[in-house]
Design a protein around this ligand. Sequence first.
Ligand code: NAD
Length: 340
Amino acid sequence: MLGIANPRSRVLVTGGAGFIGTVTCRRLLDAGHDVTIVDNGAEPRHDQARATLTETDRITTDLLTTDLLTTDLVDLLDGFGYIVHLAGRPGVQTSWGAGFAEHLSVNTLLTQRLLEAALVTQPRRIVLASSSSVYGDIADGAANEDDALRPLSPYGVTKAAVESLMGAYVARGVDAVALRFFTVYGRGQRPDMALHRIIDAALGGPVFGIRGSGHQARDFTHVDDAAAAIEAALFAPVSAGTVYNVGSGRPVSLRTLIDTVEDHLGRPVPLAPLEAVSGDPGRTAANITKARRLLAWSPAVTLAAGVADQIAHQREHALSAPAGSFSRGQAQPQHTGALA
Ligand code: NAD
């Protein structure tokens, strides 16, 4: 079935109080849609997101803390024409060892439950969150959607499995497409991610532990561009079962990212060298021709503007954080950050 935009559609956003979810919900609300968010997150960032999003009368609040692993998803999905499925367990390093069980459950099993419910409720379109991690290392050039998947981490394996599940359910009549997000950044970025921690370090927080040479490169995607791609994928007349890279198409090194933060703030980022770790690719790079052509989507935010947006947001929240949550100028343990 092809997705066709209604002037006002009922959209369910799972993980809607998360980083990408918050910006996506705001974008869909601004476009005039009725949005219901489902998210069981209990961190302060989730409370902030809920508070911001529920300022409007076009968002349903009674489902906000539902756990999608246990709730009846046929009941939940009933009546929704469009579903954005962002609930998940991101993070490469946490997916090793015993952490894999949670990644498998929240990323893969949860998506299977959602797709199973969609067999019954038949939404017009589901957009699934996949990841550049399905590719593994992209040493040269840029990854195309039909390249072989060689995930380097258990997290990447859970996302590759999500895409395979999508294929199985599309064959049974579910309309779903998947977006492979490349390292998303911008206001509200998860605190475990590298840029968030780099900015924290520059603003007086813990020293940033830089893994390896600093030459590892990522194709950074601003969260506004990610949200625009989600909206485009929800309503574009594209075939069920297709996948799209969502990136900037311009990989930059970790060192360049740090330089961008330093240039913006006019001060150095305190760094401590750390050993490289398994699972983090040396380089990611997206070929975004397919999304440009079929979704009529293009990234619009430059790295400099996007980093400035994230710095402004982190500054504001650091200043308003309760005492003890972030002690400026004091010796702090160093920490690293997830690049993907
Ligand atoms: P996030 O952690 O901010 O958002 C995920 C949300 O899902 C959280 O708010 C969490 O509370 C919610 N959630 C988890 N388990 C749930 C459950 N059982 N029931 C209800 N809600 C649940 O992460 P994000 O960075 O916004 O990522 C969103 C999606 O995009 C994830 O699937 C992630 O794997 C994928 N992704 C993100 C990036 C990135 O760079 N941020 C890159 C590639 C893919």
